[in-house]
Design a protein around this ligand. Structure first.
Ligand code: AMP
Length: 415
């Protein structure tokens, strides 16, 4: 019996994988310009890392982790996001002892046990950036600008940047009290999840997708009105940097983001109602994971969501689908010799292929066309005996006879 792929996972096959490679290449190039280096961490970590790093009361930790016991009876978890791992690596390798800030990016699969639907998978992929060791508001703006550059260089447009400040722990303590007091009269009417959030993490109530909760929280006091002076100044500085970069933004005072570790700046990039990316500052996380007191900020982009946006916006990525040369060989000797010639072509950097099924001339020409070959080498036993081949330019239809000894050079000159 056939075993299918697990629910919520995808195979990325030819025709699509080129788009993935283009997106990844763009991410790498943009990161390079921002002097941001790649970090590769394990796909699984000790469960404890995410419980501590992402937060016990988050949906991810409460409901979505792929947690298992290994044969040594350790509790391990497939990483549901990248920040906790990046910070763990930063602390474990004592990168904090180096001059700061440390700028890192990652690209790779993440795992969450969610209900699969379009744009939501159980294995999905993120490109993320983390900058640790600097709390200057210009860093917040630069990290946001990096993400925006990535989107625009892919050819996406119409992306809204929503931004908020969720404050420092000090701001939040004050605000939580204000929010609880405001919601107390309607507490019993909130959904079950929100009733439990009321005590543990009332800000998450503002984020609830249930209509009734949305209605009940209309007119709730806003975090932005309860920031400390320092948090307010930080937020003001971030948005004025964004203005100076020419990056448009919308302040969304209800955005709290799902993860517990955020402080001050929180932001999301939204396209056509779908969140492409979320991020924010996490000033307590490094210390929480055993490092010194150091601030951090980052974002993660969902690559599948980017692909959906590219498709919705009908962006044609500049992907080279064709090949440089296809060999059409007729006759036994010509077949054999073309294998050798192919190797020579490839050694010279030419993208080359042939027919391996002994098809007719017509079928081989068709195959060349299907492969998007820009040139075709036609080699029969007669040509071989004379030491020549015919070279056809598939765009112009022009055909010339070339000595075999000059074939590589000729193909290259026409590329
Ligand atoms: P988060 O780590 O939850 O802030 O998510 C950051 C981004 O990752 C989101 O904006 C989505 O683009 C993407 N993402 C999160 N969860 C999923 C999922 N289950 N499937 C596909 N993409 C996701």
């Amino acid at each position: 019996m056939m075993t299918n792929r697990p629910r919520g996972t995808n195979d990325i096959l030819q025709g699509d994988v080129e788009k993935w490679q283009w997106i990844e290449k763009t991410a790498r190039e943009v990161c390079r310009r921002y002097n941001t280096a790649e970090v590769r961490t394990p796909l699984f970590e000790h469960t404890e890392l995410f419980a501590r790093g992402v937060g016990e009361t988050t949906d991810i930790v409460e409901k979505e982790m792929y947690t298992f016991q290994d044969r040594g009876e350790r509790s391990l978890t497939l990483r549901p996001e990248g920040t906790a791992s990046a910070v763990r690596a930063f602390v474990e390798s004592k990168l904090y002892a180096q001059p700061q800030p440390t700028k890192m990016f990652y690209i790779g699969p993440m795992f969450r046990y969610e209900r699969p639907q379009s744009g939501r998978y159980r294995q999905f992929h993120q490109f993320g950036v983390e900058v640790i060791g600097a709390s200057d508001p210009s860093i917040d703006a630069e990290v946001i600008a990096l993400a925006m550059t990535f989107f625009t260089e892919l050819g996406l447009s119409g992306i809204t940047l929503e931004i908020n400040s969720v404050g420092s722990p000090e701001s939040r303590t004050n605000y939580r009290d204000v929010l609880r007091a405001h919601l107390l009269p309607v507490k019993e009417e909130l959904c079950k999840d929100c009733q439990s959030r009321y005590d543990r993490n009332p800000m998450r109530i503002l984020d609830c997708k249930v209509d009734k909760c949305k209605e009940l929280t209309q007119g709730a006091p806003e975090m932005l009105d309860h920031l400390t002076e320092e948090d307010r100044a930080h937020f003001q500085a971030v948005v004025s940097y964004l203005e100076s970069f020419g990056i448009a933004y919308t302040i969304n005072p209800r955005m709290v983001r799902g993860l517990d570790y955020y402080t001050q700046t929180a932001f999301e990039f939204i396209e056509n109602g779908s969140t492409l990316s979320g991020g924010g500052r996490y000033n307590g996380l490094v210390q929480q994971l055993g490092g010194p007191e150091m601030s951090g900020i980052g974002f993660a982009v969902g690559i599948e969501r980017v692909l959906i946006a590219l498709s919705n916006q009908q962006v044609e990525l500049p992907i080279d689908k064709g090949i440089d040369v296809f060999f059409v060989a007729l006759g036994e000797e010509a077949q054999k010799h073309s294998v050798k010639l192919l190797q020579e072509m490839r050694a010279s950097g030419i993208v080359a292929d042939k027919d391996y099924l002994g098809k007719s001339m017509k079928a081989q020409m068709k195959a060349a066309d299907r492969q998007g070959a820009r040139q075709v080498v036609i080699l029969g036993d007669d040509e071989l005996a004379q030491g020549v081949a015919n070279l056809k330019d598939m765009e112009t239809g022009e055909q010339i006879t070339v000595p075999l000894s000059e074939l590589v050079q000729k193909v290259q000159s026409k590329m």
